[in-house]
Design a protein around this ligand. Structure first.
Ligand SMILES: *[C@@H]1O[C@H](CO)[C@@H](O)[C@H](O)[C@H]1NC(C)=O
Ligand SMILES: *[C@@H]1O[C@H](CO)[C@@H](O)[C@H](O)[C@H]1NC(C)=O
Ligand SMILES: *[C@@H]1O[C@H](CO)[C@@H](O)[C@H](O)[C@H]1NC(C)=O
Ligand SMILES: *[C@@H]1O[C@H](CO)[C@@H](O)[C@H](O)[C@H]1NC(C)=O
Ligand SMILES: *[C@@H]1O[C@H](CO)[C@@H](O)[C@H](O)[C@H]1NC(C)=O
Ligand SMILES: *[C@@H]1O[C@H](CO)[C@@H](O)[C@H](O)[C@H]1NC(C)=O
Length: 508
């Protein structure tokens, strides 16, 4: 029995099966660790990923489910050959070979610190159905047969390294497989034929299975390698920004986890200039209650902040909404600024023009996420002929605290104003004490600006590239210089089936 698939004469079913496999492969490959280029060896990472034993256990379960499904769908080549019986040659064919059931009751995956991943399959069983046919000049006969395979054992050690181009490459370091027993039953009593046929089929089937197991695993690993090689190390977030997901260090395997150090730098689209700051080292504690821990550094967030600031994405023009919402007029300033009262005897409508003047600065500390934003607020009067007249411009530095939630697979920050500072940058209405406007701007910030920013932030940061994987019970916590997302994962079958079919031509 040879584990190779026949070129399919195609149907929609086959196509969707292939699509599903590819997606599942991607997902399971995720556990075997994504990534490739590492031009920045030994740099501090911007993102760390820790996959725990719990994650590996889920990964192996996912892999086993996939293998089961794949073996059942596999189209095997017919076996045929010739045996001598007495003086004559007998031609035999075994066709329509199909795996009817497969069970892996005892599989495990464990880590060998500093070396690799040990995969262990114990006592696997399968039942295979097929048609048989024998023919010689004396006789011909045919029927169905069932093969019971039991006691399948396999142990494999997979290591990870990097090739010259810096791609992560998985290697089947060692592999050993063994089949405990094979039992073939024919559906009809074929008398002498029965014994004869079973005898000459059992041994080659057993040998074929045993010799093909490890190459099959090797073939799967090559598939994952091919997938890893093709994977984009830079992923577009939106029209402004891209993230570099390349590994900065070889992945490290400890007793309890697999650890990935990812560059985690956000760049503007079409510009590879490194940000003017470097990541600080941080360590994710060893905890085994979630499948995966993702540490996102201050550096990652700060590089994102810089990109969005430079791209103008923060220039939310809230002027119109703010002004019409608050129905402001020059009267609001008359009592604090005498010249305003004098110049605008009849109250004119006022608009507020807020612009960021620096990238927001992000500080992650023990249990607190602080975002400091600096902006300039120009206050203008709208004259009856619709021209605007700038009255004054304030610089505002606002210190906000962000709370974080994960909702619908997205990380969503929500800001709350902590304190702010005002200074007069420019005035056409003479000097005045800005402290007199403090209450006014406190009201505007809390009820206008911050809610508007939060509405924008609701779009959130998507945490997974793929829809076929879901975060389960994610928890986000803030630590010194990084935030930590601890979560379980689940393969999302429904999403997968609903997806478009654009990828899978690569599969064959
Ligand atoms: C699984 O296999 C291991 C040996 O490889 C054995 O010690 C263990 O008892 C087996 N577990 C079950 C549930 O059969
Ligand atoms: C890329 O970004 C850097 C820093 O933000 C900037 O100085 C440089 O001019 C940009 N280059 C291009 C080609 O836009
Ligand atoms: C998790 O770690 C604790 C203590 O470090 C240990 O007792 C427990 O068995 C571990 N659980 C798993 C699933 O590895
Ligand atoms: C952070 O919080 C923990 C526990 O809440 C405390 O033990 C630790 O000293 C704090 N570290 C800093 C730098 O504040
Ligand atoms: C609008 O009115 C102001 C003051 O009355 C005047 O100075 C300005 O020139 C006018 N602008 C236009 C475009 O008419
Ligand atoms: C206001 O901000 C601008 C731009 O950052 C800066 O040049 C100016 O010195 C600031 N003025 C005051 C009074 O803080």
């Amino acid at each position: 029995m040879v584990f190779s698939s026949e070129a399919p004469d195609d149907t929609v079913h086959k196509v969707s099966v292939m699509k599903k496999r590819r997606e599942a492969m991607k997902v399971c490959g995720f556990f075997f660790l994504l990534s490739m280029f590492s031009p920045f060896l030994d740099a501090n990472p911007g993102i760390k990923v820790k996959i725990t034993q719990k994650g590996l256990d889920y990964g192996i379960q996912c892999g086993v489910d996939l293998l089961q499904q794949r073996l059942k769908e596999e189209i095997f080549e017919d076996m045929s050959g010739q045996e001598t019986y007495g003086f004559s040659g007998v031609d035999y064919t075994v066709s329509k070979i199909q795996v009817n059931s497969v069970e892996f009751p005892n599989t495990s995956v464990s880590l060998i610190p500093g070396i690799g991943i040990n995969l262990l399959i114990n006592d696997a069983r399968a039942t295979v159905n097929a048609n048989w046919k024998v023919r010689s000049w004396l006789f011909r006969s045919s029927g169905k047969l069932t093969v019971f395979i039991s006691g399948v054992f396999l142990t494999a050690i997979v290591t990870a390294s990097q090739d010259n181009a810096g791609h992560t490459v998985l290697l089947l370091e060692s592999c050993q497989g063994n089949v405990g027993g094979i039992d073939i039953e024919l559906d009809q009593e074929a008398g002498w034929m029965y014994k004869y046929f079973v005898n000459f089929l059992e041994k080659p089937t057993c040998i074929s299975l045993t010799t093909n197991m490890c190459p099959y695993i090797g073939f799967e690993i090559e598939r994952i390698n091919a997938e890893l090689k093709q994977r984009q190390v830079r992923a577009q977030i939106d029209s402004f920004a891209r993230v570099d997901y390349s590994l900065v260090n070889s992945l490290s395997i400890s007793k309890a986890s697999i650890n990935l150090d990812i560059k985690g730098t956000v760049y503007p689209v079409g510009n590879d200039t490194e940000p003017p700051f470097k990541p600080k080292p941080f360590i994710i504690p060893e905890k085994n209650n979630s499948m995966i821990h993702i540490g996102i550094s201050e550096y990652f967030l700060q590089s994102a902040s810089l990109v969005y600031y430079a791209s103008g994405a923060f220039d939310v023009s809230i002027a119109k909404e703010l002004s019409s919402y608050f129905r402001l007029t020059t009267k609001a300033f008359g009592s604090s600024i005498p010249k305003v009262a004098r110049r605008y005897a009849t109250p004119y409508p006022v608009i507020l023009n807020l612009k960021p003047i620096a990238a927001p600065v992000i500080g992650l500390h023990n249990d607190s996420f602080v975002l400091e934003a600096a902006g300039s607020m120009e206050v203008l009067a709208v004259l009856p002929n619709s021209t605007t007249q700038s009255m004054f411009t304030l610089n505002i530095t606002a210190i906000t605290r962000a709370s974080l939630t994960i909702f619908e697979q997205k990380l969503i920050p929500s800001l709350c104003l902590d304190s702010f500072h005002l200074s007069l940058a420019h005035s056409n209405v003479g000097f005045f004490k800005v402290s007199l406007l403090k209450n006014f701007f406190s009201y505007i910030l809390r009820n206008g600006v911050i809610p508007a920013a939060n509405a924008k932030l609701k779009e959130g940061l998507r945490l997974l590239e793929t829809d076929s994987m879901m975060l389960v019970e994610p928890v986000v916590t803030v630590h010194q210089a990084y935030l930590l997302i601890s979560t379980d994962l689940a393969y999302n079958v429904e999403e997968d089936q609903g997806e478009s079919e654009e990828f899978f031509t690569i599969d064959a």
